[in-house]
Design a protein around this ligand. Structure first.
Ligand SMILES: Cc1cc2nc3c(=O)[nH]c(=O)nc-3n(C[C@H](O)[C@H](O)[C@H](O)COP(=O)(O)OP(=O)(O)OC[C@H]3O[C@@H](n4cnc5c(N)ncnc54)[C@H](O)[C@@H]3O)c2cc1C
Length: 501
């Protein structure tokens, strides 16, 4: 019988049989103890752990700049039982974190989820104590899907803070770091063990013919930390045609799929590749994640409405991430534009982002108008319908009811006054929930569910933690815990091997 999985392989490689790279006794250009592929949070955690244990480590990054999605991320990290939670009297536990992830993701690998939750606090402490990452002692991020506020914020609040401290720590531990080095293939030994890599050095992304190929041997292990493929429209369309090429992405341009394709070609097991998360609260007029998302989420979703250019609402603006992005995608497929609308009383109620709002106005990302009519006319929204939509919404707000979209309108304001704000919204691809299937120690499995000796994976390159839906703040910690777990397991194996030698 021809399964969907086989069909996917056929489409991707023109074959339904896994192949392995076979070359007897390759002539190695370089030998190290361990190779880490990718320089994001997972790669840094793996490389630093291995180097702490005394191994010689080579970290390979295909892009000219290091850090992957990690360096452009918000840097928020979910940790149950953190000192900030204790200070604020918030009761949380690894069990609660695991339950949140299982509830949101549904099809997750429960054992891996529990492992992540149990190791989040100690791994986060490691970044504070060893990497020297600074964390805000007074604030927590509380996102959809978390039963309690759990997201620690780096200082400054950016993935760059985490990345720069991690790379400095790795450099101090003498990890060799090579950028412009694309890993193209894995060599396996006679017992199926990962032996080394075919690497294109002086690679200039995205030119596949740039640079030259060399062979690097890893005496102990290879850790695949190559991140997700959110920026690869073609691959996205193949694994999830419903999302297709319609959406832009928040990811860095190098978040492409050649590495996951390589893994599949080599018979490595993957899960949930079709599960791709799009964020619903992104400005249509900015590149990447942009700066308008707090306005869209906090003002236009909490104290306003989302309408299409026909002037109609179509979703609970406070609904789940998955529900909102699915409904927005439908609107886009129907050729509609989407707008978030709010008024002055929302801004006054929550003045935290006042300055940011003013800056976004100056840049033309948010526009303000003295009347609803002026807003509609200038945004090409049907005014006749928009008036009716706002009236209906205001009636529900005044009566504090749950509206037709199941949104509870008891704690917001009617939309009125002489200062109306509008921002155009367009969802963007943000996270790849699927990836390589691993054990708890991050050992890579093949399509027959067997461990591939000496081969590990961590971070967004893997699947199993988020299933159908990722909770914000939980992926960096997954990358850190996974990278560290892989490193510790390799060290354990190395020591027991040495004892037996
Ligand atoms: C804008 C944005 C904001 C985010 N904010 C948060 C947040 O606040 N909190 C949170 O928890 N998560 C956040 N995320 C998600 C999180 O950043 C990622 O899931 C996480 O950084 C993944 O880390 P990683 O190490 O697995 O991959 P990455 O950091 O993406 O690193 C992978 C690296 O591998 C390299 N690579 C790929 N293939 C090869 C190859 N064949 N050879 C050599 N190198 C290769 C890539 O170029 C890349 O540099 C955010 C994501 C984005 C895009």
């Amino acid at each position: 019988m021809f399964h969907r999985r086989d069909l996917l392989k056929f489409l991707l490689f023109g074959t339904c049989c896994p192949t392995t790279h076979a070359e007897e006794n390759p002539k190695w250009d370089l030998t190290v103890d361990a190779i880490v592929v990718g320089s994001g949070a997972a790669g840094l955690a793996a490389a630093a752990t291995l180097a702490e244990g005394g191994l010689s480590v080579l970290m390979l990054e295909k892009m000219n700049s290091l850090g992957g999605n990690t360096v452009i991320s918000g840097g928020d990290v979910a940790v149950p039982g953190s000192p900030v939670q204790l200070k604020m009297g918030i009761k949380d536990s690894p069990q609660m974190m695991a339950e949140d992830l299982i509830r949101a993701g549904k099809t997750v690998d429960k054992e891996r989820v529990r492992f992540l939750a149990q190791n989040a606090l100690s791994t986060w402490k490691w970044t504070q104590e060893k990497w020297g990452t600074r964390w805000n002692p007074d604030k927590l991020q509380f996102d959809e899907g978390q039963s309690v506020p759990r997201g620690l914020l780096s200082i400054p609040r950016s993935g760059f803070a985490l990345f720069s401290s991690g790379i400095e720590y790795a450099r101090n531990l003498k990890v060799q770091i090579r950028n412009n080095s694309l890993v193209e293939d894995i060599f396996f030994g006679p017992n199926g063990e990962a032996q080394g890599l075919l690497v294109r050095t002086r690679y200039k992304f995205p030119d596949p013919a740039s640079g030259t190929q060399i062979k690097i041997r890893a005496r102990r292990a290879i850790v695949l930390c190559f991140g997700g493929f959110g920026a690869d429209e073609e691959f996205r369309e193949m694994v999830n045609p419903s999302m297709g090429k319609l959406l832009a992405t928040t990811n860095q341009p190098g978040a492409t799929a050649e590495s996951i394709r390589m893994a599949m070609r080599l018979g490595i097991k993957t899960v949930d590749l079709d599960q791709i998360q799009a964020l619903s609260w992104i400005s249509a007029d900015e590149i990447g994640l942009g700066d308008a998302w707090p306005f869209i989420e906090q003002y236009s979703a909490f104290y306003g409405i989302w309408v299409n250019n026909k002037g109609k609402r179509f979703v609970n603006e406070r609904g789940s991430q998955r529900l909102r992005s699915e409904r927005l995608l439908e609107e886009i497929k129907n050729g509609h534009r989407i707008f978030g609308i709010t008024t002055q009383n929302a801004i006054e109620h929550q003045p935290d982002d006042l300055q940011a709002t003013e800056e976004l106005k100056l840049r033309g990302i948010i526009r303000s108008f003295p009347s609803l009519e002026a807003l509609a006319v200038n945004s090409s929204i049907s005014y006749t319908e928009l008036v009716k939509t706002v009236e209906k919404y205001n009636t529900c707000v005044n009566n504090a009811v749950i509206d037709e979209f199941q949104r509870n309108l008891s704690n917001t304001f009617p939309l009125n006054g002489t200062n109306w704000f509008v921002v155009e919204i367009r969802p963007k691809v943000h996270h790849c929930m699927g990836g390589i299937k691993t054990t708890l120690s991050m050992q890579v499995l093949n399509n027959k569910n067997q461990i591939i000796p000496n081969l590990y994976a961590a971070g967004e390159a893997t699947g199993g933690i988020f299933g159908r839906s990722r909770i914000p703040c939980h992926s960096l910690i997954d990358a850190l815990v996974g990278g560290r777990a892989a490193g510790l397991h390799i060290l354990e194996n190395t020591h027991s091997k040495n004892e037996n030698d």
